[in-house]
Design a protein around this ligand. Structure first.
Ligand SMILES: O=CC(=O)O
Length: 309
């Protein structure tokens, strides 16, 4: 079988070159290639792709910043794929870490300088039999559900269509339009949905007001899905248990922002998928998609331009 010409840019790395050539591709210039593997953000992306490019693989799982560019409109005949799913394992692990840290009162314990056993112990909750709403049951959400199930959590999964998520631990799957029902029914919330105009501030003042005083909110998706000011207000007032945030709005979260100092906020700097893990996972994703492309099979993580992710 002849190798399929694939272009790589803007950064050539031995790992990605190996992923391409090992999966049936051969490195080529964009002018001669059938596909482009792009391992950076929108800046520097070619204004017009050569006509011969049929498929472009993008570098991130969330692609909302690409929707702020004319790239999709300019190339209506090109298939774009994201890295959705490629980093799901590491991001789900991080989400579980934030949720467990919150529910088991790790921040209070870290802040303690004396053996206040009775007082600290009172803040500890459990994920066993707790209802956890996983808002956005795509790649990350599903990985997280698989981690929550052995802990005995009862998951309400929310996805766009409401198509039942057939995984252990899921007690109910709801379509996105029934999200308003979820807040008062759940103990904790994990946000794992893509950033689209429709998901902006899906957790705001009115929604936070329906959560329980022990509820932890974890966001590993995008900061814009949560109304930051409303969250800060709820955290200050103690009307929810706390928030574990790998993503914030704004991002980077400026020094001096209240979220850094609130005792019931746990912030990590969007590093649930750090470079040393991302590089390897992205190369595996590229190898899988190049292999599919060379065999004429359907690619994974196709971007649905109309849906916005
Ligand atoms: O946030 C990181 C990504 O979307 O890949």
């Amino acid at each position: 079988m002849t190798a399929t010409p694939i272009a790589l840019g803007p950064n050539h790395t031995p790992l990605l070159e190996q992923a391409i050539t090992g999966a049936g591709g051969e490195l080529a210039d964009p002018a001669d290639a059938r596909a482009l593997i792009w391992n950076a953000g929108p800046e520097g992306f070619p204004e017009r792709l050569p006509e011969n490019i049929e498929w472009v693989q993008l570098f991130s799982a969330g692609v909302e910043e690409w929707f702020d560019t004319p790239v999709f409109d300019r190339h209506p005949n090109v298939l774009f794929t994201s890295a959705a799913g490629a980093f799901a394992g590491t991001v789900a692990e991080h989400a579980l870490m934030l949720l467990l840290a919150g529910v088991r009162a790790l921040p209070e314990h870290l802040a303690a300088h004396s053996w206040r056993r009775q007082e600290l112990g009172r803040s500890i909750g459990t994920l066993r039999n707790a209802t956890v709403a996983v808002v956005g049951a795509g790649g990350i959400g599903r990985e997280l559900i698989a981690l929550l199930a052995p802990l005995g959590s009862r998951v309400i999964a929310v996805n766009r269509s409401g198509t039942p998520i057939d995984l252990p631990g899921v007690v109910e799957t709801l379509p996105a339009q029934r999200l308003p029902e979820v807040w008062s029914r759940t103990d904790h919330v994990v946000i794992a949905a893509p950033a689209t105009p429709g998901t902006r501030h899906l957790l705001g003042k009115a929604e936070l007001a329906q959560l329980k005083s022990h509820s932890w909110v974890v966001n590993i998706a995008r900061g814009t899905l949560v109304d930051t000011d409303a969250l800060v207000e709820a955290l200050r007032a103690g009307t929810i248990g706390g928030a574990g945030l790998d993503v914030t709005d704004p991002e980077p979260l400026p020094e001096g922002h209240p979220l850094w100092d609130l005792p019931n906020a746990l912030v990590t700097p969007h590093d649930s998928n750090p470079p040393q893990l991302r590089t390897v996972a992205f190369a595996e994703h590229v190898a899988e998609n190049v292999s599919r492309f060379t065999k004429g099979r359907e690619l994974i993580a196709r971007i649905d331009v109309a849906a916005g992710y």
